[in-house]
Design a protein around this ligand. Structure first.
Ligand code: GLN
Length: 549
C-alpha cells in the first residue's frame, strides 16, 4: 500500500459546527470511491477519557470493541462508515501528558528538560500517525476538537504544522470548518469571522487548503470568491455546508459541492469512480417517505440533553427506515414517574425503552414504568441499567422479594438481584475500570433473542460494573423471566426476556453502539416492529401476510 494520506479537520469561529459529521461524511464519500478510510478524534481536554464525565458535560460516552471509552463523535464515524473504531481513534490531552510523564519517570528523557515542544508535540505527532502502522488505511482523517485559537488546542495545531511540513501538502491536507453568520439587521451573510479564524490558523503556521462553510443560507459565487481571496484558498475549495434536516444528508450535499473531488485532487489521488451512494440515497429516501409512525417513550435521567442518548436516537432512525416508519421518541424524565401518574406519563406510547444510567436518581421511576408496561403488555426494551431495573422489578413484584435492589443503590439489601462481580469488589478507582468493550453472548434456542439475531453467538459492547446475580437465576427462570443470553466464559446473564409478554427484553450490553446506516441493529428493528404491532395489530397482521405471501 502506498503512503498514508492525512486529512485534518479544524474548527473556526464557533464550537458545535459539526466537525464530526463533516469528517464522517467526507470519509463516507472517499470510502464509496473505493478508498479505505478511518477517522480519529483528538480532544484537547485533560481527562484521560470521557468515561468519568457526566453526560451533561460531554454527551454520551461511546465505547469501542476494544473497550475504550471515547467521544460520541466516534459513534458518527462508525454509523457512517460501518467499520469499527478502536482505542487509537480517540486521543485526549490527558492521555498524551500521561504517556509523556510516564516516559519521563521511566527515565526515557534522562538529562533533558521535558517541554511542550518537542515532547508533547512529538507524542501527538506519533499518535496522529499511529493507525497508519496497521497498513489498513489509505487515508486517515483527524478531527481536532475545540476551536482554533483555544489555548488547549495549540499543541495539536503545532504538531499538525510539523507533520504538514514534513509530509508536504499533497500528503497532508487541512480542512477548516467555519461559520458564516447571517446578520438580520444587515440582511447579509458575513465572512469576517472566517477571515479572522483563518488568520489565527496562519499565525500558527498552518494554511488550510479547503474551507467548509456552515451557513443557514446559500453562499453566492461572489462570496466564495471573497472568502478565497482573503483566506488564500482556491474558489473551488470554498465549500458550502448549508443546514440540512438530517445529518445523513450531509454526504450528499458536500458531494454536490465536489468536496471529495477537490480533496482527492489536492492529495494527488485518482478519483477512481463516482461515489457509489445508491444504498445511502435509498436510506435517505426511506427516512423521508414512510407509511407509518410509532411513539416510543425513552425513560431516562438525562432527558434534557438528547446528546446523552445520541446512539439510541440514531439507532431508532436506522430501525425506522427498516420498518417503513418514523419513530417519534418522547423523552420522559424517570424522576417524574410515580405510581400515581405512570399511566398518564406513558399514555399513547407504543413502546417504552428504559435507558442506561448510573446512580440513584430516577431509578424508582424506571422500575415503576417497567411494572406498568409489563402488566399492560406494552413493548419493552431495557438497556443496561434498564435491564437491571427490569430484573429488580420482577424480583419485587413477581418473586415477592419486596426489598430486592441493586447494590449500586442499596449496599445492604437482603436481595441483591443485581450485584458487583467478585473481582470488581476490590476496585476503588473509577476511570476505565468497568466491564468495557465487546464480549460474546450465547443465545438460548427458541428465545426471542435468538429469533431477533438469528444466530447462536453474538458480540456486543459493555459498559457497566454491576451484573445479574446468578444466585437467583433458577428462580427467575421458573417464574417466567428467562435469562436467554449468557456469556459462555463468565456465565454472566446478558439478556433477560419474558416469554408470556408480547415483547419484553432487557440487555446488559449496549446494542445502540453497533447500529449503523448499512446495518441497523436487529434489537432496535424488532422493537420498532413490535411497537408497530402494538399500535395497530390488524395492520401488522396484514403486513406479515403480505411479506410471507
Ligand atoms: N450503573 C449500572 C452499572 O454500572 C448500569 C450502567 C449502564 O447503564 N451503562 O452496572
Amino acid at each position: 500500500m502506498s503512503a498514508t494520506k492525512y486529512i485534518f479537520v479544524t474548527g473556526g469561529v464557533s464550537s458545535s459546527l459539526g466537525k464530526g459529521i463533516l469528517s464522517a461524511s467526507l470519509a463516507k464519500l472517499l470510502q464509496s470511491r473505493g478508498y479505505s478510510v478511518t477517522i480519529q478524534k483528538f480532544d484537547p481536554y485533560i481527562n484521560v477519557d470521557p468515561g468519568t464525565l457526566n453526560p451533561y458535560e460531554h454527551g454520551e460516552c461511546y465505547v469501542t470493541d476494544d473497550g475504550a471509552e471515547t467521544d460520541l463523535d466516534l459513534g458518527h464515524y462508525e454509523r457512517f462508515l460501518n467499520i469499527a473504531t478502536s482505542q487509537a481513534n480517540n486521543v485526549t490531552t490527558g492521555q498524551v501528558y500521561q504517556a509523556v510523564i510516564q516516559k519521563e519517570r521511566r527515565g526515557d528523557y534522562l538529562g533533558k528538560t521535558v517541554q511542550v515542544i518537542p515532547h508533547i508535540t512529538d507524542e501527538i505527532n506519533m499518535r496522529f500517525q499511529k493507525l497508519s502502522k496497521t497498513n489498513m488505511f489509505d487515508i486517515i482523517i483527524t478531527e481536532i476538537g475545540g476551536t482554533v485559537g483555544d489555548i488547549e488546542s495549540l499543541p495539536y495545531i503545532e504538531a499538525l504544522r510539523q507533520l504538514k511540513y514534513e509530509k508536504g501538502s499533497t500528503n497532508c491536507l487541512v480542512i477548516h470548518l467555519t461559520y458564516i453568520p447571517f446578520l438580520k439587521g444587515a440582511g447579509e451573510l458575513k465572512t469576517k469571522p472566517t477571515q479572522h479564524s483563518v488568520k489565527t490558523l496562519l499565525e500558527t503556521g498552518v494554511q488550510p487548503e479547503i474551507l467548509v462553510c456552515r451557513t443557514e443560507y446559500p453562499i453566492s459565487k461572489e462570496m466564495k470568491k471573497k472568502l478565497a481571496l482573503f483566506c488564500n484558498v482556491k474558489v473551488d475549495s470554498v465549500i458550502e455546508a448549508i443546514d440540512v434536516s438530517s445529518i445523513y444528508e450531509v454526504p450528499i450535499h458536500i458531494m454536490g459541492e465536489n468536496l471529495d473531488k477537490v480533496v482527492l485532487s489536492k492529495l494527488k489521488l485518482p478519483a477512481r469512480h463516482e461515489p457509489d451512494m445508491e444504498s445511502w440515497k435509498e436510506f435517505l429516501y426511506k427516512l423521508k417517505n414512510y407509511s407509518h409512525t410509532v411513539e416510543i417513550g425513552l425513560v431516562g435521567k438525562y432527558t434534557e440533553l438528547p446528546d446523552a442518548y445520541k446512539s439510541i436516537n440514531e439507532s431508532f432512525i436506522h430501525a425506522g427506515t427498516k420498518n417503513d416508519c418514523k419513530v417519534n421518541v418522547t423523552y420522559i424524565p424517570s424522576e417524574s414517574i410515580t405510581d400515581d401518574n405512570v399511566k398518564e406519563k406513558l399514555k399513547g406510547l407504543d413502546g417504552v425503552l428504559v435507558a442506561p444510567g448510573f446512580g440513584e436518581r430516577g431509578i424508582e421511576g424506571k422500575i415503576t414504568a417497567i411494572k406498568y408496561v409489563r402488566e399492560n403488555n406494552i413493548p419493552f426494551f431495557g438497556i443496561c441499567l434498564g435491564m437491571q431495573c427490569a430484573v429488580i422489578e420482577w424480583a419485587r413484584n413477581v418473586l415477592g422479594l419486596n426489598n430486592a435492589h441493586t447494590t449500586e443503590i442499596d449496599q445492604k439489601t437482603q436481595n441483591p438481584v443485581i450485584d458487583l462481580m467478585e473481582h470488581q469488589k476490590d476496585i476503588s478507582t473509577k476511570g476505565g475500570t468497568m466491564r468495557l468493550g465487546a464480549y460474546p453472548c450465547e443465545l438460548q434456542k427458541k428465545s426471542l433473542a435468538f429469533e431477533i439475531y438469528g444466530q447462536n453467538v453474538i458480540m456486543e459492547r459493555h459498559r457497566h460494573r454491576y451484573e445479574f446475580n446468578n444466585r437467583y437465576k433458577d428462580e427467575y427462570e421458573k417464574s417466567g423471566m428467562t435469562p436467554s443470553g449468557i456469556n459462555p466464559v463468565s456465565k454472566l446473564v446478558e439478556i433477560v426476556e419474558v416469554k408470556s409478554h408480547p415483547y419484553f427484553i432487557g440487555v446488559q450490553f449496549h446494542p445502540e453502539l453497533k447500529s449503523t446506516v448499512d446495518v441497523p441493529h436487529p434489537l432496535f428493528v424488532k422493537f420498532v416492529e413490535a411497537a408497530l404491532k402494538h399500535k395497530n395489530p390488524k395492520a401488522a397482521k396484514a403486513m406479515k401476510v403480505e411479506v410471507e405471501a
